[in-house]
Design a protein around this ligand. Structure first.
Ligand code: ZN
Length: 210
């Protein structure tokens, strides 16, 4: 622990977007509350996003993907403002290989922190069957891919859950997770994500107070 403290003293953590000293992402770069975006995309369920996947929020998500735990904490606090209290959350899983490389499953971390803030619980019940199957695929190819996720066997899943992810692009990942959960008899009432890509053609941003 003292090693971490000494490193922080020598190289104080900075905002993921600007050079402000502090952990995570600062409130000047990404406000702590938002006008949520509604992104229906191809997920087949209502998707709420804290913001658009651009500028400071995009850089924060990329820092999360690089394994910055302080950024996960910052983003989780913001995502939690979009959650109804006491919900069961299911994080979209990353592959074991990526988790090993980064040392952190950022989405699982966000779901866990957001659950503790909102009085809910995170249930990491999904596993990804293939590797990073969506990377490099076109929108059409992504939407045509199915069966990438499955529920862990032998783990009890709540009857109603909310999916949590970092970015919604085409909605195909959320859709596949929804299908896997529904196959296990669970109702997926919606998804809450950190950011929605406006390039996902079916994402329809509209303002909503939250
Ligand atoms: Zn900043």
């Amino acid at each position: 622990m003292w090693v971490r403290g000494a490193i922080d003293l020598l190289f104080p953590p900075q905002c993921a977007n600007c050079d402000a000293i502090g952990v995570g992402v600062c409130a000047a770069c990404v406000p702590e509350r938002c006008d949520a975006l509604h992104a229906e995309a191809g997920a087949g369920l209502p998707v709420l996003a804290f913001g658009a996947y651009e500028n400071a929020l995009r850089r924060a998500v990329l820092a999360l993907k690089d394994g910055r735990r302080d950024v996960a904490d910052s983003l989780a606090r913001r995502l939690a403002t979009l959650l109804e209290p006491n919900r069961a959350l299911v994080p979209v899983p990353t592959t074991a290989a990526r988790r090993r490389v980064r040392g952190l499953d950022g989405v699982a971390e966000i779901a866990s922190i957001a659950a503790s803030i909102s009085g809910g619980r995170s249930h990491p019940v999904l596993v990804q069957r293939a590797g990073d199957a969506q990377r490099g695929r076109t929108r059409r190819e992504r939407l045509a891919t199915r069966d990438r996720f499955a529920c862990r066997s032998g783990i009890e899943i709540p009857p109603s859950v909310v999916l949590i992810d970092d970015v919604c692009t085409t909605g195909a990942t959320l859709r596949d997770c929804r299908i896997a959960l529904e196959a296990a008899g669970t109702y997926v009432s919606g998804a809450v994500v950190v950011a929605a890509a406006k390039s996902g053609a079916a994402c329809l941003p509209q303002q909503n107070s939250c």
